[in-house]
Design a binder for this molecule. Structure first.
Ligand SMILES: O=C(O)CCC(=O)C(=O)O
Ligand SMILES: [Fe+2]
Length: 300
């Protein structure tokens, strides 16, 4: 039976962003009205976690992602799954790296980075752990002083991958595939193409420099921004249950997949949706004043 209208219960995870969705069974397929509701919830909350799921076939996962838009192909990771649109997430005893183990927005080094990422974790580490953190870059932007926001709105940053991708997916190939290491210049503050809201679009994994600034000045600004962006007030933490499905908006959030479970194994399937080129609309609205009250770090 497909999930019908009125089924989804959307429960916010924090006052800032993120929501859990109950009452939707993705493996059975969802009708258009249910899709509309979860799509709207995804845009509103930035990350949605579908609970109480069963294993999705690659075809079912791809079919859902295609309802959001055409799929994105990873520039550097050779396909490991029979369905080339599926990116296998797997970390085990012999892994030298674990995918996503650092703050990032997926493939922000692409000219047109992914909009949505849909991930189902199917095997959880026996010892627990393997949570995924998210940070809301709309909140990060909205809590900056007005003068800082004004300054950042005129800036662009360089997102690179030559320091990230070479060797990273060596275990997935015989080394014969051409390895692409894209780089792109993106606005530091981006306007969301669907909601019109502004967010900070820099991350410590791919963003290597501020365009037109020397490395000392740009590096100092990026360090300050990364520190601000990863404040706990902007974060949620997803503790996976088997077969949960997460759908996040890379145009709005960063994430960090914690590798605290070695030597245990964790695995799942990811599918990404093609995004458009990030842009900044100077005519767009500034956010309302944030209700967050950020205290200066202080030991009591
Ligand atoms: O494994 C995870 O929780 C997320 C890994 C990651 O960063 C990704 O799939 O984009
Ligand atoms: Fe990621």
């Amino acid at each position: 039976m497909t999930s019908g209208p009125g089924d989804p219960q959307i429960v916010p995870i924090s006052p800032v962003f993120g929501a859990e969705i109950h009452g939707v069974d993705l493996a059975s397929g969802i009708d258009d009205e249910t899709f509309r509701l979860v799509h709207q919830a995804w845009l509103e909350h930035g990350v949605v976690a579908f609970r109480d799921q069963s294993p999705l076939t690659a075809d079912a996962q791809v079919e859902f992602a295609l309802r959001i838009g055409p799929l994105h192909t990873h520039p550097a990771a050779p396909a490991e799954h029979a369905n080339a649109a599926v990116f296998v997430i797997r970390t085990h005893r012999d892994s030298s790296i674990s995918n996503g183990n650092g703050w990032h927005s997926d493939v922000s080094c692409d000219e047109e980075p992914p909009s949505a990422t849909m991930l189902q974790i199917q095997l959880l580490p026996h010892c627990g752990g393997g949570d995924t953190l998210f940070a809301d870059m709309e909140a990060a932007y909205a809590t900056l002083p007005a003068t800082t926001r004004e300054r950042l709105c005129g800036l662009s940053a360089i997102h690179a991958s030559a320091h990230v991708y070479p060797g990273r997916y060596a275990d997935r190939s015989d080394g014969k595939e051409a390895l692409a290491t894209p780089s792109a210049v993106h606005p530091v503050v981006r306007t969301h193409p669907e909601t019109g809201r502004r967010s900070l679009f820099v991350n410590p994994s791919f963003t290597v420099a501020i365009d037109g600034m020397d490395s000392a000045e740009g590096g100092e600004l990026l360090t300050e921004l990364h520190e601000h962006c990863t404040r706990p007030e902007f974060q949620i933490r997803h503790r996976w249950q088997p077969y949960d499905v997460l759908l996040w908006d890379n145009r709005r959030v960063q994430h960090f997949a914690i590798w605290d479970y070695w030597p245990n194994e964790r695995s799942g399937h990811r599918v990404t949706v093609q995004g458009t080129r990030p842009f900044f609309d100077p005519e767009g609205p500034e956010p309302d004043e944030s209700p967050l009250r950020l205290s200066i770090g202080r030991l009591a």
